[in-house]
Design a protein around this ligand. Structure first.
Ligand code: ADP
Ligand code: MG
Length: 678
């Protein structure tokens, strides 16, 4: 027997079983040995009947009497026998509807039973215990630590344990997959010892060491792959990518602002500029809660790239955001330039030419922009992904920034490589805990904006049950009289009579209802079925205070910046994930006015949900993400599902020391310099 031996030659089983194994991808001895247990159960202590607590799983050893088989109702069988342990205590044992057991357990067999002893009409009884004939061979199913395999209808744990014994000797042939040096440094079991310990552990520590080893290998492989992707992205050394850090520019830019940058912003800018000094392409993720001021960081580093004679591209997921970014970026750069003029330094940097290129840019304009990009008259182009999909060429693009990176795929990034392999900065408001980021975005270095800018007041958040609506509506009306504006988010566009959602609020119904309740207020509507142009008009008019209330679907979620809006109402809040609710809430709290967020639930019961209550308690996206992670798993962190987290059998994604250890090991083995360990 070797690792490639077909299972049919060694397992002594039926063709049917071999066929089922085939459907599970198990063809050879090697496949079979790597079908690893999902857990272990400690059945090592064998008790006497007298010692055994009732109604708890116990293992007992002794001999059985003759098996009686009787037919019961429904044509089923009942097997019963008496079991005596070594101290001659007895218990009745029964099995339902497993007539084959009669053949397997001859009278007076020495057996080990595992199950619960119960008291039934003043008698001790064990119902359908697991059994194993002890005899002279080592025990497989009890009296030891036993493996529990993944659930399967045909190939059950008991069968697997028995068959695994038949291929046990081949474990010695399993090749090592980690470098010897790494095994020594990290004090890990060899692969074959780990596999052996998982199938046939002697003691709990064996299992622990084996799981450690397997877990480490999984995480090490993920981290190595991430570092390799990073190396690929960085590609060749290119002198043209070296952008000298310009401290004076940053100082002047900060001086031109009407506020002071936060420490986090300064640190992030520094980290990015440090990367851009190198002759290999940056690959960095800038993570900052909604409203943490990522745009400012982007503008500071784009200005630096332009000063060095390069071009920049800024990509966002939607046209609305592209337009908003174009306005904000232009405004910041214009202010910067006016400031330089005041200082008599207009030669320091020319006023950058910013262009907006989206799917709805009229084609003559688009053509002009493309020409400007090729001949270098345009410094910054802002747009949607059309920017890289289309045959847009640059004179010398040195920096590409992507906002809300989870919508930016690997393939798109590969296409960027063809446009000159520029420095790459992804920005996201998804509060991914650092450890998770290392695993999910391991090919990026990470900068995090921890503080919120300005002296913003914490957004007052309240979960509101249906019967408390009226009070809140009065409050809202009062806020409108004070000049504030309101967002209302509904889960649906149009109402539905379908049972599960008939009580869930829709944009259309809610607009109608609000118009009746607030006849003196101006109410606008926004949803995904409107044309881009219509959406933009509504947003522009709302920003210009032509409306008091904006009723919308979740399209409002990403990046919209309307500081005068201070109230966010979320209808059917129970239908949204925590991180998504946090994103909605981030649409308010953008000015010095006190902001509020009301989470309306469809039923009273839902208003008690711990998830929603967490929104009242925490205002930090990072804290909420941790809670979401605990309550619902990583898939639920906003947009995270699509980002393709690796799947692990053993590795613990959320143990920071463990992830870091694997990361450091991968860096060591690949001979690359590690990122800051902060
Ligand atoms: P996000 O990180 O969500 O993209 P933005 O860049 O849109 O955040 O910034 C949110 C708001 O905070 C903007 O109105 C911006 O002008 C303002 N802002 C950014 N940095 C600061 C700062 N250091 N001090 C005060 N306000 C700031
Ligand atoms: Mg933003």
């Amino acid at each position: 027997m070797n690792l490639k031996t077909p299972l049919k030659d060694v397992l002594h089983t039926t063709n049917d079983h071999i066929a089922v194994l085939g459907t599970m991808g198990l063809h050879t001895v090697e496949d079979f040995l790597f079908y690893l247990p999902r857990a272990h159960e400690d059945l090592s202590s064998i008790q006497t009947i007298a010692q055994s607590p009732l109604n708890e799983k116990v293992t007992i050893r002794g001999s059985i009497g003759a098996l009686k088989i009787v037919r019961i109702r429904g044509g089923k069988y009942l097997i019963s026998t008496m079991f005596r342990d070594t101290s001659d205590e007895a218990v009745e044992v029964i099995w339902f509807n497993q007539p084959h057991i009669k053949r397997m357990l001859p009278e007076n067999s020495d057996v080990v039973l595992t199950g619960k002893i119960i008291e039934k009409s003043y008698k001790l009884q064990m119902q359908s215990p697991q059994f194993e004939i002890a005899g002279n061979r080592p025990l497989v199913h009890a009296g030891r630590l036993v493996a529990v395999y993944p659930q399967h209808d045909v190939i059950n744990t008991k069968w697997l344990r028995e068959k695994m014994v038949l291929v046990k000797d081949a474990i010695d042939l399993i090749a090592e997959t980690l470098p010897a040096e790494l095994l020594a440094d990290e004090k890990l079991l060899s692969k074959k010892d780990a596999v052996r310990a998982l199938h046939f552990p002697e003691k709990p520590e064996d299992v622990e060491d084996a799981r450690q080893r397997m877990a480490f290998e999984e995480m090490f492989n993920v981290q190595t792959a991430a570092l390799e992707r990073k190396k690929m992205w960085q590609g060749e050394h290119q002198k043209r990518l070296q952008i000298p850090m310009n401290a004076e520019l940053i100082k002047l830019f900060f001086a031109s602002l009407k506020f002071k940058p936060t420490n986090s912003q300064k640190i992030a800018i520094y980290e990015i500029l440090k990367d851009m000094e190198k002759d290999t392409a940056m690959s960095r993720l800038l993570e900052g809660d909604v409203g943490s001021g990522k745009t400012l960081v982007a503008v500071a580093v784009m200005a630096t790239a332009i000063k060095a004679g390069g071009q920049c591209a800024l990509m966002v997921p939607t046209e609305v955001l592209a337009r908003q970014h174009a306005e904000n970026v232009s405004r910041l750069l214009l202010t910067f330039h006016s400031y330089l003029e005041e200082q008599g330094m207009h030669d320091f940097i020319r006023l950058p030419h910013v262009a907006l290129l989206t799917g709805s840019t009229p084609s003559p304009d688009a053509r002009a922009i493309k020409i400007g990009l090729v001949n270098g008259t345009i410094d910054i182009v802002i747009g949607t992904h059309a920017l890289i999909e289309e045959p847009v060429q640059f004179k010398d693009v040195k920096l590409v920034i992507v906002d809300e990176q989870h919508r930016f795929g690997v393939a798109q990034r590969a296409r960027l490589k063809d446009k000159g392999n520029p420095h790459f900065l992804a920005m996201t408001a998804t509060p991914i805990p650092r450890t998770l980021a290392l695993t999910a975005y391991g090919d990026h270095d990470l900068s995090v904006l921890l503080e919120k800018p300005g002296n913003r007041k914490i957004i007052q958040t309240k979960v509101v049950a249906p019967d408390d609506r009226k009070t809140v509506e009065l409050f809202i009306d009062h806020q409108i009289s004070e000049g504030r504006q309101i967002f209302v988010v509904c889960p649906l566009i149009t109402g539905s009579e379908a049972e599960e959602i008939k009580d869930v609020k829709s944009v259309e119904q809610e607009t109608k209802r609000l118009k009746e309740s607030f006849p003196h207020r101006r109410i606008a509507t926004l949803h995904g079925r409107m044309l881009p142009k219509e959406k933009e008009d509504v947003l522009r008019e709302f920003k210009a205070k032509e409306f008091d209330i904006l009723v919308s679907t979740s399209v409002i979620e990403v990046g919209i910046d309307i500081p005068n809006s201070t109230i966010m109402i979320i209808e059917g809040a129970e239908r949204f994930g925590l991180a998504q609710l946090h994103q909605f809430r981030g649409r308010v709290g953008r000015s010095d006015h006190q902001s509020h967020c009301f989470l309306f639930t469809t039923t009273v019961e839902q208003s008690k949900s711990p998830r929603l209550r967490a929104m009242e308690k925490y205002d930090s996206g990072f804290q909420l993400a941790e809670i979401d992670l605990k309550l619902r798993g990583p898939g639920e962190i906003f947009g995270f599902r699509q980002s393709g987290l690796p799947e692990f059998q053993f590795a613990q994604m959320f143990q920071p020391e463990f992830v870091l250890r694997a990361r450091r090991a991968a860096e060591r083995m690949m001979g690359v310099e590690g990122a800051r360990a902060s």
